[in-house]
Design a protein around this ligand. Structure first.
Ligand code: AMP
Length: 235
């Protein structure tokens, strides 16, 4: 089956983790616009320099820039049998642009719904590996460096458990600090609803409960995707 899937959800809804699992199961690429932009910032590329201040503030980069990036990524050979988009589209302009890219090919959008209070709690525990870039959750808050130019270990700083996957340093994403989280949630609230309405109006939106345990969320996602495939809609 060909699966064109868009995952929608607030920051911290677990959509990145779920997207990785689904990509493995359905053998299609997980395309996270946030991951692509963060890699560009880490590499110090021209793109990274262009977007780093906007990302650090929790605002959105321009529809044009992000759409060009997604268009180029979807044209790659590995996306010809489908894709999982995570973080795009974030605005109706982007949703319309994706519609043009798909040129009538069917797609499914799934909203992973999680309320704001839970998001703030989860993002306080979220860390990203500075080396392999995998996002993970720690069990409790502790002092540690923040991602970005000012980060680094000072002599005598608290010990930080290394990344369980590669042994790299676990750091707090620069945009996971409380002030930026509030801005990102406000941005999500303002922009997500029109996108959700857009896909609801086209009859391609499914909604699942993101408050459940991650494994139960995966089960619900797979059920929605398989129902979509059985309906013959996936092409
Ligand atoms: P994320 O990892 O999806 O939370 O994205 C991190 C940041 O990257 C966002 O706060 C935005 O600054 C930027 N970003 C990612 N995807 C998009 C998008 N589709 N449109 C605009 N900005 C984006």
């Amino acid at each position: 089956m060909r699966l064109n899937l868009v995952l929608i959800g607030p920051p911290g809804s677990g959509k990145g983790t779920q997207a990785i699992r689904l990509a493995e199961r359905y053998k299609i690429p997980h395309i996270s616009t946030g991951d692509i932009l963060r890699a560009a910032v880490r590499a110090g590329s021209a793109l990274g320099q262009k977007v780093s201040a906007t990302m650090a503030s929790g605002g959105l980069v321009s529809d044009e820039l992000i759409t060009d990036l997604v268009r180029e990524r979807l044209a790659a050979a590995d996306a010809h049998t489908g894709f999982i988009l995570d973080g795009y589209p974030r605005t109706v302009v982007q949703a319309e642009a994706l519609g043009e890219m798909l040129a009538g090919a069917p797609m499914l959008a799934i909203l992973i719904a999680v309320e704001s209070e839970e998001i703030v709690r989860r993002l306080g525990l979220r860390r990203v590996c500075g080396s392999c870039g995998i996002t993970q959750s720690v069990s409790g808050p502790r002092p540690e460096p923040v991602e970005g130019p000012a980060s680094g270990h000072a002599e005598g700083e608290a010990h930080i458990d290394p990344c369980p996957y590669c042994g790299g340093p676990l750091i707090t994403r620069q945009d996971d600090n409380p002030e930026t989280v509030r801005h990102r949630l406000a941005t999500y609230a303002a922009f997500a609803e029109p996108v959700i309405n857009y896909y609801t109006g086209r009859g391609v939106l499914a909604r699942i409960d993101g408050l459940k345990q991650p494994t139960a969320v995966t089960v619900d996602l797979v059920a929605q995707i398989d129902a979509f495939a059985r309906s013959g809609m996936s092409g």
